[in-house]
Design a protein around this ligand. Structure first.
Ligand code: GAP
Length: 531
Protein backbone atom coordinates (compact mmCIF):
# COMPACT_ATOMS: atom_id res chain seq x y z
CA UNK A 1 0.00 0.00 0.00
CA UNK A 2 1.35 3.41 -0.91
CA UNK A 3 1.18 5.93 1.92
CA UNK A 4 0.55 9.38 0.52
CA UNK A 5 0.75 10.77 4.07
CA UNK A 6 4.53 10.66 3.95
CA UNK A 7 4.55 12.93 0.93
CA UNK A 8 3.60 15.75 3.27
CA UNK A 9 6.95 15.58 4.92
CA UNK A 10 9.35 18.10 3.46
CA UNK A 11 12.06 16.71 5.76
CA UNK A 12 11.84 13.26 4.19
CA UNK A 13 12.06 14.78 0.73
CA UNK A 14 15.03 17.02 1.53
CA UNK A 15 16.84 14.12 3.12
CA UNK A 16 16.34 11.88 0.06
CA UNK A 17 17.20 14.78 -2.16
CA UNK A 18 20.58 15.24 -0.48
CA UNK A 19 21.27 11.51 -0.05
CA UNK A 20 20.70 10.74 -3.72
CA UNK A 21 22.13 13.91 -5.20
CA UNK A 22 19.10 15.88 -6.35
CA UNK A 23 19.58 19.16 -4.45
CA UNK A 24 22.41 20.49 -2.26
CA UNK A 25 22.72 23.66 -0.24
CA UNK A 26 24.88 26.17 -2.12
CA UNK A 27 28.42 26.65 -0.69
CA UNK A 28 27.60 24.06 1.97
CA UNK A 29 31.22 23.58 3.08
CA UNK A 30 31.17 27.26 4.18
CA UNK A 31 27.89 26.98 6.04
CA UNK A 32 25.66 27.61 3.02
CA UNK A 33 24.09 30.84 1.77
CA UNK A 34 20.43 31.59 2.34
CA UNK A 35 18.23 31.45 -0.76
CA UNK A 36 20.69 29.70 -3.10
CA UNK A 37 20.72 26.03 -4.12
CA UNK A 38 22.82 23.66 -6.20
CA UNK A 39 21.50 20.78 -8.27
CA UNK A 40 23.38 17.47 -8.04
CA UNK A 41 23.83 14.76 -10.68
CA UNK A 42 20.21 13.54 -10.53
CA UNK A 43 18.76 17.00 -9.86
CA UNK A 44 20.36 18.60 -12.88
CA UNK A 45 18.97 15.84 -15.13
CA UNK A 46 15.47 16.20 -13.67
CA UNK A 47 15.63 19.97 -14.05
CA UNK A 48 16.86 19.70 -17.65
CA UNK A 49 14.06 17.24 -18.44
CA UNK A 50 11.47 19.68 -17.08
CA UNK A 51 12.92 22.47 -19.22
CA UNK A 52 13.15 20.19 -22.27
CA UNK A 53 9.53 19.10 -21.81
CA UNK A 54 8.46 22.76 -21.61
CA UNK A 55 10.59 23.79 -24.60
CA UNK A 56 9.41 20.86 -26.72
CA UNK A 57 5.74 21.43 -25.91
CA UNK A 58 5.81 25.24 -25.99
CA UNK A 59 8.24 25.91 -28.87
CA UNK A 60 9.41 22.96 -30.95
CA UNK A 61 6.05 21.27 -31.36
CA UNK A 62 4.25 24.49 -32.29
CA UNK A 63 4.30 26.71 -35.34
CA UNK A 64 3.24 29.90 -33.54
CA UNK A 65 5.96 30.15 -30.85
CA UNK A 66 9.67 30.86 -31.31
CA UNK A 67 12.53 30.85 -28.81
CA UNK A 68 14.91 33.48 -27.49
CA UNK A 69 17.86 33.68 -25.13
CA UNK A 70 18.56 37.16 -23.71
CA UNK A 71 21.34 38.53 -21.55
CA UNK A 72 20.78 38.62 -17.80
CA UNK A 73 22.06 42.19 -17.44
CA UNK A 74 20.26 44.67 -19.65
CA UNK A 75 20.29 48.43 -20.12
CA UNK A 76 18.98 49.81 -16.77
CA UNK A 77 16.40 51.86 -18.69
CA UNK A 78 14.58 48.57 -19.35
CA UNK A 79 13.80 48.33 -15.64
CA UNK A 80 12.77 51.99 -15.45
CA UNK A 81 10.30 51.41 -18.29
CA UNK A 82 8.96 48.14 -16.89
CA UNK A 83 8.29 49.76 -13.50
CA UNK A 84 10.71 47.49 -11.62
CA UNK A 85 12.99 50.32 -10.43
CA UNK A 86 10.06 52.24 -9.00
CA UNK A 87 7.76 49.47 -7.87
CA UNK A 88 9.28 46.01 -7.63
CA UNK A 89 9.39 45.92 -3.86
CA UNK A 90 7.99 44.14 -0.84
CA UNK A 91 7.07 45.67 2.52
CA UNK A 92 9.78 44.71 5.01
CA UNK A 93 9.84 44.69 8.82
CA UNK A 94 13.09 44.46 10.76
CA UNK A 95 13.49 43.12 14.28
CA UNK A 96 15.25 45.68 16.47
CA UNK A 97 16.69 42.85 18.60
CA UNK A 98 17.93 40.12 16.27
CA UNK A 99 18.07 42.30 13.10
CA UNK A 100 16.22 39.69 11.06
CA UNK A 101 14.02 40.93 8.21
CA UNK A 102 10.48 39.75 7.53
CA UNK A 103 8.00 40.37 4.74
CA UNK A 104 5.03 42.19 6.25
CA UNK A 105 2.62 40.27 4.02
CA UNK A 106 4.07 36.93 5.19
CA UNK A 107 3.55 37.57 8.90
CA UNK A 108 0.66 35.13 9.27
CA UNK A 109 2.72 32.29 7.79
CA UNK A 110 5.71 33.22 9.94
CA UNK A 111 3.52 33.24 13.04
CA UNK A 112 2.30 29.77 12.14
CA UNK A 113 5.90 28.52 11.90
CA UNK A 114 7.29 30.28 14.98
CA UNK A 115 8.49 28.05 17.80
CA UNK A 116 7.87 30.47 20.60
CA UNK A 117 4.42 31.41 19.36
CA UNK A 118 3.50 27.71 19.19
CA UNK A 119 4.54 27.27 22.82
CA UNK A 120 2.32 30.19 23.93
CA UNK A 121 -0.60 27.81 24.41
CA UNK A 122 1.16 26.82 27.66
CA UNK A 123 0.56 30.35 28.94
CA UNK A 124 -3.19 29.93 29.05
CA UNK A 125 -6.11 27.77 28.00
CA UNK A 126 -7.02 27.44 24.35
CA UNK A 127 -10.50 26.46 23.18
CA UNK A 128 -11.24 24.41 20.07
CA UNK A 129 -11.53 27.59 17.94
CA UNK A 130 -7.97 28.62 18.77
CA UNK A 131 -9.09 31.33 21.24
CA UNK A 132 -6.70 31.68 24.13
CA UNK A 133 -7.43 32.86 27.67
CA UNK A 134 -4.11 33.92 29.16
CA UNK A 135 -3.59 32.88 32.74
CA UNK A 136 -1.32 35.09 34.87
CA UNK A 137 0.40 32.21 36.70
CA UNK A 138 0.83 30.14 33.54
CA UNK A 139 2.13 33.18 31.68
CA UNK A 140 4.74 33.77 34.39
CA UNK A 141 5.81 30.13 34.19
CA UNK A 142 6.00 30.35 30.39
CA UNK A 143 8.17 33.48 30.65
CA UNK A 144 10.60 31.75 33.02
CA UNK A 145 10.87 28.54 31.00
CA UNK A 146 10.02 28.63 27.26
CA UNK A 147 10.00 32.40 26.92
CA UNK A 148 13.55 32.84 28.17
CA UNK A 149 14.80 30.21 25.78
CA UNK A 150 12.70 30.88 22.70
CA UNK A 151 11.62 34.53 22.86
CA UNK A 152 14.76 36.12 24.26
CA UNK A 153 14.17 39.47 22.56
CA UNK A 154 10.67 40.05 23.95
CA UNK A 155 10.30 43.02 26.31
CA UNK A 156 7.94 41.02 28.54
CA UNK A 157 10.45 38.18 28.85
CA UNK A 158 13.42 40.47 29.44
CA UNK A 159 11.64 42.55 32.07
CA UNK A 160 8.59 40.70 33.37
CA UNK A 161 8.26 42.80 36.56
CA UNK A 162 7.61 46.02 34.66
CA UNK A 163 5.32 44.59 32.02
CA UNK A 164 3.28 41.76 33.54
CA UNK A 165 0.83 43.99 35.27
CA UNK A 166 0.10 45.96 32.11
CA UNK A 167 -0.42 42.74 30.16
CA UNK A 168 -2.75 41.34 32.83
CA UNK A 169 -4.79 44.55 32.76
CA UNK A 170 -5.17 44.46 29.01
CA UNK A 171 -5.81 40.77 28.60
CA UNK A 172 -8.33 40.49 31.43
CA UNK A 173 -10.27 37.26 31.43
CA UNK A 174 -11.36 37.48 27.82
CA UNK A 175 -10.42 34.77 25.33
CA UNK A 176 -8.54 36.20 22.37
CA UNK A 177 -7.45 35.10 18.94
CA UNK A 178 -3.73 34.35 18.79
CA UNK A 179 -3.01 37.47 16.73
CA UNK A 180 -4.66 39.66 19.37
CA UNK A 181 -2.68 37.98 22.14
CA UNK A 182 0.50 38.71 20.17
CA UNK A 183 -0.46 42.34 19.74
CA UNK A 184 -0.74 42.65 23.51
CA UNK A 185 2.49 40.77 24.17
CA UNK A 186 4.18 42.94 21.54
CA UNK A 187 4.82 45.54 24.23
CA UNK A 188 5.54 48.22 25.07
CA UNK A 189 2.68 50.28 23.58
CA UNK A 190 -0.02 47.64 24.10
CA UNK A 191 -3.03 47.29 21.77
CA UNK A 192 -3.86 49.54 18.88
CA UNK A 193 -0.28 50.39 18.12
CA UNK A 194 0.38 49.99 14.40
CA UNK A 195 0.38 46.18 14.38
CA UNK A 196 3.08 45.65 17.04
CA UNK A 197 3.34 41.90 16.60
CA UNK A 198 6.64 40.71 18.06
CA UNK A 199 9.40 39.11 16.01
CA UNK A 200 8.37 35.52 15.18
CA UNK A 201 11.96 34.47 15.72
CA UNK A 202 13.01 36.10 19.02
CA UNK A 203 9.96 38.05 20.22
CA UNK A 204 11.72 41.42 19.76
CA UNK A 205 10.20 44.71 18.68
CA UNK A 206 9.61 45.13 14.92
CA UNK A 207 10.06 48.34 12.93
CA UNK A 208 7.21 49.76 10.83
CA UNK A 209 7.11 48.36 7.26
CA UNK A 210 9.52 49.87 4.72
CA UNK A 211 9.51 49.20 0.97
CA UNK A 212 12.46 47.06 -0.09
CA UNK A 213 13.37 46.79 -3.80
CA UNK A 214 13.99 43.17 -4.76
CA UNK A 215 16.38 43.75 -7.65
CA UNK A 216 20.02 42.78 -7.17
CA UNK A 217 22.27 45.69 -8.09
CA UNK A 218 25.70 45.51 -9.63
CA UNK A 219 28.07 47.88 -11.44
CA UNK A 220 29.30 47.81 -14.99
CA UNK A 221 32.95 48.69 -15.57
CA UNK A 222 35.52 50.04 -13.16
CA UNK A 223 33.53 52.84 -11.49
CA UNK A 224 31.02 51.93 -8.79
CA UNK A 225 29.00 55.14 -9.14
CA UNK A 226 25.32 55.69 -9.85
CA UNK A 227 25.86 55.96 -13.61
CA UNK A 228 27.38 52.47 -13.64
CA UNK A 229 24.49 50.81 -11.77
CA UNK A 230 22.92 47.81 -13.45
CA UNK A 231 20.55 45.07 -12.30
CA UNK A 232 20.38 41.30 -12.51
CA UNK A 233 17.07 40.64 -14.25
CA UNK A 234 14.22 39.79 -11.85
CA UNK A 235 12.22 38.16 -14.69
CA UNK A 236 13.02 36.93 -18.20
CA UNK A 237 9.91 38.58 -19.68
CA UNK A 238 11.42 42.04 -20.27
CA UNK A 239 14.10 40.60 -22.56
CA UNK A 240 11.29 39.26 -24.71
CA UNK A 241 9.45 42.61 -24.89
CA UNK A 242 12.69 44.36 -25.83
CA UNK A 243 13.24 41.90 -28.68
CA UNK A 244 9.66 41.75 -29.90
CA UNK A 245 10.42 44.07 -32.85
CA UNK A 246 13.65 42.22 -33.70
CA UNK A 247 11.81 38.91 -33.88
CA UNK A 248 8.97 40.40 -35.90
CA UNK A 249 11.36 42.03 -38.38
CA UNK A 250 13.77 39.11 -38.73
CA UNK A 251 11.55 36.06 -38.64
CA UNK A 252 8.56 35.31 -40.85
CA UNK A 253 5.97 35.38 -38.13
CA UNK A 254 2.96 37.59 -37.36
CA UNK A 255 0.46 37.92 -34.53
CA UNK A 256 -0.88 35.79 -33.03
CA UNK A 257 2.55 34.44 -32.08
CA UNK A 258 4.66 33.84 -28.99
CA UNK A 259 8.27 34.27 -27.91
CA UNK A 260 9.53 31.87 -25.26
CA UNK A 261 12.54 31.98 -23.02
CA UNK A 262 13.99 29.86 -20.22
CA UNK A 263 16.63 31.38 -17.99
CA UNK A 264 17.90 32.51 -14.64
CA UNK A 265 16.22 35.33 -12.73
CA UNK A 266 17.31 36.94 -9.49
CA UNK A 267 15.31 38.48 -6.66
CA UNK A 268 16.73 39.62 -3.37
CA UNK A 269 13.87 37.97 -1.46
CA UNK A 270 13.47 39.20 2.12
CA UNK A 271 12.66 35.71 3.44
CA UNK A 272 13.86 32.98 1.12
CA UNK A 273 12.22 29.85 2.48
CA UNK A 274 10.43 26.56 2.00
CA UNK A 275 13.42 24.81 0.47
CA UNK A 276 13.82 25.85 -3.19
CA UNK A 277 10.32 27.34 -3.38
CA UNK A 278 11.35 30.94 -2.70
CA UNK A 279 14.97 31.38 -3.72
CA UNK A 280 17.09 34.39 -4.57
CA UNK A 281 18.41 32.82 -7.77
CA UNK A 282 15.98 30.69 -9.76
CA UNK A 283 14.96 29.80 -13.28
CA UNK A 284 11.86 30.89 -15.13
CA UNK A 285 10.07 29.45 -18.17
CA UNK A 286 8.18 32.36 -19.71
CA UNK A 287 6.30 32.89 -22.93
CA UNK A 288 4.83 36.18 -24.16
CA UNK A 289 2.05 35.62 -26.68
CA UNK A 290 1.28 38.65 -28.88
CA UNK A 291 -2.22 38.85 -30.32
CA UNK A 292 -4.89 41.25 -31.56
CA UNK A 293 -6.72 42.91 -28.59
CA UNK A 294 -10.04 41.47 -29.80
CA UNK A 295 -8.64 37.93 -29.55
CA UNK A 296 -6.93 38.34 -26.17
CA UNK A 297 -9.70 36.84 -24.04
CA UNK A 298 -9.86 33.71 -26.19
CA UNK A 299 -6.08 33.26 -26.14
CA UNK A 300 -5.96 33.88 -22.39
CA UNK A 301 -8.42 31.04 -21.76
CA UNK A 302 -6.57 28.82 -24.21
CA UNK A 303 -3.15 29.30 -22.52
CA UNK A 304 -4.54 29.12 -19.00
CA UNK A 305 -6.12 25.71 -19.63
CA UNK A 306 -3.22 24.40 -21.68
CA UNK A 307 -0.67 25.28 -18.98
CA UNK A 308 -2.77 23.74 -16.22
CA UNK A 309 -3.11 20.51 -18.23
CA UNK A 310 0.65 20.45 -18.90
CA UNK A 311 1.34 19.79 -15.22
CA UNK A 312 -1.33 17.10 -15.10
CA UNK A 313 0.05 15.28 -18.11
CA UNK A 314 3.52 15.23 -16.51
CA UNK A 315 2.34 13.65 -13.31
CA UNK A 316 0.71 16.27 -11.05
CA UNK A 317 -2.56 14.48 -11.55
CA UNK A 318 -3.69 14.41 -7.98
CA UNK A 319 -6.19 16.59 -6.20
CA UNK A 320 -3.25 18.69 -5.01
CA UNK A 321 -3.14 20.70 -8.25
CA UNK A 322 -5.48 23.68 -8.63
CA UNK A 323 -6.26 26.36 -11.18
CA UNK A 324 -7.31 29.54 -9.41
CA UNK A 325 -8.70 32.57 -11.21
CA UNK A 326 -7.74 35.81 -9.49
CA UNK A 327 -10.48 37.97 -8.04
CA UNK A 328 -10.70 41.37 -9.78
CA UNK A 329 -9.23 43.09 -6.69
CA UNK A 330 -6.13 40.85 -6.84
CA UNK A 331 -5.24 41.89 -10.39
CA UNK A 332 -2.30 44.19 -11.16
CA UNK A 333 -3.64 47.54 -12.39
CA UNK A 334 -2.73 46.76 -16.03
CA UNK A 335 -3.84 43.09 -16.02
CA UNK A 336 -7.07 42.14 -17.72
CA UNK A 337 -7.16 38.63 -16.28
CA UNK A 338 -4.91 36.35 -14.28
CA UNK A 339 -4.93 32.79 -12.99
CA UNK A 340 -2.49 30.78 -10.91
CA UNK A 341 -1.64 27.13 -11.21
CA UNK A 342 -1.23 26.14 -7.57
CA UNK A 343 0.00 23.04 -5.79
CA UNK A 344 -0.54 21.81 -2.22
CA UNK A 345 3.07 21.71 -1.00
CA UNK A 346 3.83 20.31 2.48
CA UNK A 347 4.13 23.94 3.67
CA UNK A 348 0.83 25.05 2.12
CA UNK A 349 -0.85 25.77 -1.20
CA UNK A 350 1.33 27.98 -3.39
CA UNK A 351 1.82 29.22 -6.93
CA UNK A 352 3.70 27.23 -9.56
CA UNK A 353 2.85 29.40 -12.51
CA UNK A 354 0.83 32.51 -13.32
CA UNK A 355 -1.05 33.06 -16.58
CA UNK A 356 -1.90 36.70 -17.21
CA UNK A 357 -3.53 38.84 -19.85
CA UNK A 358 -1.18 41.85 -19.58
CA UNK A 359 -2.99 43.90 -22.23
CA UNK A 360 -0.73 46.32 -24.14
CA UNK A 361 0.92 47.57 -20.93
CA UNK A 362 4.48 46.34 -21.48
CA UNK A 363 4.85 47.22 -25.16
CA UNK A 364 3.27 50.65 -24.56
CA UNK A 365 5.71 51.36 -21.71
CA UNK A 366 8.70 50.36 -23.85
CA UNK A 367 7.37 52.43 -26.73
CA UNK A 368 7.11 55.47 -24.43
CA UNK A 369 10.56 55.03 -22.88
CA UNK A 370 12.53 53.94 -25.95
CA UNK A 371 10.75 56.06 -28.54
CA UNK A 372 10.55 52.98 -30.82
CA UNK A 373 7.28 52.13 -32.53
CA UNK A 374 5.88 48.91 -31.06
CA UNK A 375 2.79 48.84 -33.23
CA UNK A 376 2.17 46.01 -35.65
CA UNK A 377 0.89 46.83 -39.12
CA UNK A 378 -1.44 44.20 -40.51
CA UNK A 379 -1.13 44.58 -44.29
CA UNK A 380 -4.29 42.56 -44.89
CA UNK A 381 -6.65 44.56 -42.68
CA UNK A 382 -4.53 47.77 -42.95
CA UNK A 383 -4.80 48.07 -39.17
CA UNK A 384 -1.96 49.29 -36.95
CA UNK A 385 -2.15 48.19 -33.30
CA UNK A 386 -0.09 47.41 -30.21
CA UNK A 387 -0.66 43.70 -29.59
CA UNK A 388 -2.04 42.45 -26.31
CA UNK A 389 0.16 40.00 -24.44
CA UNK A 390 -0.85 36.73 -22.79
CA UNK A 391 1.90 35.53 -20.48
CA UNK A 392 2.25 32.05 -18.99
CA UNK A 393 5.13 32.45 -16.52
CA UNK A 394 6.38 29.47 -14.52
CA UNK A 395 9.31 28.65 -12.28
CA UNK A 396 11.53 25.67 -13.09
CA UNK A 397 12.61 25.17 -9.46
CA UNK A 398 9.03 25.32 -8.19
CA UNK A 399 7.84 22.88 -10.85
CA UNK A 400 10.67 20.54 -9.87
CA UNK A 401 9.77 20.78 -6.19
CA UNK A 402 6.14 19.97 -7.01
CA UNK A 403 7.05 17.02 -9.24
CA UNK A 404 9.36 15.69 -6.52
CA UNK A 405 6.76 16.17 -3.78
CA UNK A 406 4.14 14.37 -5.84
CA UNK A 407 6.55 11.57 -6.77
CA UNK A 408 7.81 10.85 -3.26
CA UNK A 409 6.12 7.74 -1.83
CA UNK A 410 6.77 4.98 0.63
CA UNK A 411 5.46 1.47 0.16
CA UNK A 412 6.67 -2.11 0.49
CA UNK A 413 8.60 -4.32 -1.89
CA UNK A 414 10.17 -7.77 -1.55
CA UNK A 415 13.87 -7.93 -0.72
CA UNK A 416 16.30 -10.55 -2.12
CA UNK A 417 14.80 -13.21 0.15
CA UNK A 418 11.24 -12.37 -0.86
CA UNK A 419 10.48 -10.66 2.48
CA UNK A 420 8.43 -7.47 2.18
CA UNK A 421 10.35 -4.39 3.26
CA UNK A 422 9.65 -0.67 3.36
CA UNK A 423 10.92 1.17 0.30
CA UNK A 424 11.10 4.82 -0.69
CA UNK A 425 10.32 5.46 -4.32
CA UNK A 426 10.22 8.55 -6.53
CA UNK A 427 7.35 7.92 -8.93
CA UNK A 428 8.45 10.54 -11.45
CA UNK A 429 6.86 10.59 -14.89
CA UNK A 430 9.23 8.60 -17.19
CA UNK A 431 9.64 11.70 -19.37
CA UNK A 432 11.06 13.59 -16.37
CA UNK A 433 13.00 10.78 -14.68
CA UNK A 434 16.76 11.51 -14.62
CA UNK A 435 17.65 7.95 -15.70
CA UNK A 436 15.21 6.03 -17.86
CA UNK A 437 16.52 2.50 -17.41
CA UNK A 438 19.04 0.75 -15.16
CA UNK A 439 20.74 -2.39 -16.40
CA UNK A 440 22.02 -5.04 -14.01
CA UNK A 441 23.83 -8.32 -14.64
CA UNK A 442 22.48 -10.72 -11.99
CA UNK A 443 26.04 -11.84 -11.14
CA UNK A 444 29.46 -10.73 -12.30
CA UNK A 445 30.21 -13.92 -14.26
CA UNK A 446 28.91 -16.43 -16.85
CA UNK A 447 28.87 -13.80 -19.60
CA UNK A 448 26.21 -11.70 -17.85
CA UNK A 449 28.26 -8.47 -17.54
CA UNK A 450 29.07 -8.66 -21.26
CA UNK A 451 25.41 -9.21 -22.23
CA UNK A 452 24.29 -6.40 -19.88
CA UNK A 453 26.92 -4.03 -21.27
CA UNK A 454 25.60 -4.70 -24.75
CA UNK A 455 22.03 -3.76 -23.70
CA UNK A 456 23.45 -0.63 -22.03
CA UNK A 457 25.36 0.38 -25.16
CA UNK A 458 22.28 -0.18 -27.35
CA UNK A 459 20.23 2.08 -25.06
CA UNK A 460 22.84 4.81 -25.23
CA UNK A 461 22.97 4.53 -29.02
CA UNK A 462 19.18 4.94 -29.14
CA UNK A 463 19.38 8.08 -26.95
CA UNK A 464 17.77 6.37 -23.93
CA UNK A 465 19.53 7.53 -20.75
CA UNK A 466 20.73 4.33 -19.08
CA UNK A 467 22.72 3.40 -15.98
CA UNK A 468 24.82 0.26 -15.61
CA UNK A 469 25.29 -1.27 -12.15
CA UNK A 470 26.85 -4.59 -11.26
CA UNK A 471 27.71 -3.93 -7.61
CA UNK A 472 25.94 -5.45 -4.59
CA UNK A 473 22.80 -7.51 -4.06
CA UNK A 474 20.16 -7.08 -6.74
CA UNK A 475 17.58 -5.91 -4.18
CA UNK A 476 19.84 -3.07 -3.10
CA UNK A 477 20.44 -2.06 -6.69
CA UNK A 478 16.65 -1.87 -7.20
CA UNK A 479 16.23 0.30 -4.09
CA UNK A 480 18.83 2.82 -5.25
CA UNK A 481 17.07 3.16 -8.60
CA UNK A 482 13.66 3.45 -6.89
CA UNK A 483 14.95 6.43 -4.92
CA UNK A 484 16.44 7.92 -8.08
CA UNK A 485 13.05 7.59 -9.81
CA UNK A 486 14.28 5.24 -12.57
CA UNK A 487 11.10 3.82 -14.16
CA UNK A 488 12.60 0.53 -15.44
CA UNK A 489 15.26 -1.90 -14.26
CA UNK A 490 16.49 -4.57 -16.64
CA UNK A 491 18.12 -7.70 -15.22
CA UNK A 492 20.37 -9.86 -17.34
CA UNK A 493 20.52 -13.46 -16.05
CA UNK A 494 21.54 -16.95 -17.15
CA UNK A 495 18.62 -17.20 -19.62
CA UNK A 496 19.71 -14.00 -21.36
CA UNK A 497 22.91 -15.66 -22.41
CA UNK A 498 21.05 -18.69 -23.82
CA UNK A 499 17.80 -17.19 -25.21
CA UNK A 500 18.49 -13.46 -25.51
CA UNK A 501 15.68 -12.34 -23.15
CA UNK A 502 15.84 -10.08 -20.08
CA UNK A 503 13.56 -9.23 -17.15
CA UNK A 504 12.10 -5.73 -17.04
CA UNK A 505 10.86 -4.55 -13.66
CA UNK A 506 8.36 -1.69 -13.49
CA UNK A 507 9.23 0.76 -10.68
CA UNK A 508 5.63 1.57 -9.70
CA UNK A 509 3.72 -1.70 -10.11
CA UNK A 510 6.77 -3.92 -9.39
CA UNK A 511 5.52 -6.13 -12.23
CA UNK A 512 8.21 -8.07 -14.06
CA UNK A 513 8.03 -9.16 -17.65
CA UNK A 514 10.37 -10.98 -19.97
CA UNK A 515 11.25 -9.29 -23.27
CA UNK A 516 13.97 -9.69 -25.90
CA UNK A 517 17.15 -7.86 -24.90
CA UNK A 518 17.24 -6.21 -28.33
CA UNK A 519 13.82 -4.65 -27.66
CA UNK A 520 14.84 -2.80 -24.47
CA UNK A 521 15.55 0.62 -26.08
CA UNK A 522 12.23 0.63 -27.98
CA UNK A 523 10.32 -0.66 -24.92
CA UNK A 524 11.64 2.18 -22.73
CA UNK A 525 11.27 4.85 -25.43
CA UNK A 526 7.58 3.91 -25.84
CA UNK A 527 6.94 4.88 -22.19
CA UNK A 528 8.65 8.27 -22.39
CA UNK A 529 5.76 10.00 -24.08
CA UNK A 530 3.38 12.04 -21.93
CA UNK A 531 0.42 12.31 -24.34
N1 GAP B 1 6.93 37.88 -15.73
C1 GAP B 1 6.00 37.63 -14.69
C2 GAP B 1 6.61 37.11 -13.47
O1 GAP B 1 7.82 37.10 -13.32
P1 GAP B 1 6.04 36.14 -11.12
O2 GAP B 1 4.73 35.62 -10.60
O3 GAP B 1 6.72 37.16 -10.34
O4 GAP B 1 5.70 36.68 -12.59
C3 GAP B 1 6.64 33.88 -12.26
O5 GAP B 1 7.00 34.92 -11.38
C4 GAP B 1 7.04 32.53 -11.70
O6 GAP B 1 8.44 32.54 -11.36
C5 GAP B 1 6.33 32.16 -10.39
O7 GAP B 1 5.08 31.56 -10.65
C6 GAP B 1 7.31 31.17 -9.78
O8 GAP B 1 7.11 29.88 -10.32
C7 GAP B 1 8.66 31.71 -10.23
N2 GAP B 1 9.26 32.49 -9.13
C8 GAP B 1 9.05 33.78 -8.82
N3 GAP B 1 9.78 34.15 -7.75
C9 GAP B 1 10.48 33.06 -7.37
C10 GAP B 1 11.42 32.78 -6.32
N4 GAP B 1 11.82 33.73 -5.47
N5 GAP B 1 11.94 31.53 -6.22
C11 GAP B 1 11.57 30.56 -7.10
N6 GAP B 1 10.69 30.77 -8.10
C12 GAP B 1 10.15 31.99 -8.25
Amino acid sequence: MTTQATTSSLDALTSLSKRRGFIFQSSEIYGGINGFWDYGPLGVELKRNIKEAWWDDMVRCREDVVGLDCSIIMNPQVWEASGHVGGFSDPMLTCRQCRRHFRADHMDDLIAQSEWIASLSEAGDADENGMLTLDQAKLERWIRKRGRKQAKGMALVKDATTHLEAVARTIGEAPRALRDVLVVLGMPGLPDESDPIPCPFCGGDLTAPRQFNLMFKTHIGAMEDHAATAYLRPETAQGIFCNYRNVLDSYRIRPPFGIAQIGKSFRNEINPRNYTFRSREFEQMEMEFFCHPDEADTWYTYWRDLRYNWYIKLGLASEKLHLRDHDPDELAHYAKGCADVEYDFPFGTSELEGIANRGDYDLTKHQEHSGKDMRYFDDQTRERFIPYVIEPSGGVDRAMLAFMTEAYSEDEAPNDKGVMQKRTVMKLHPRLAPTKVAIFPLVKKHGMPEAATQVYEECKKAGVVAFYDEKGAIGRRYRRQDEAGTPFCVTVDGDTVSDGTVTVRDRDSLNQERIAAAEVPAFVAKHLRSE
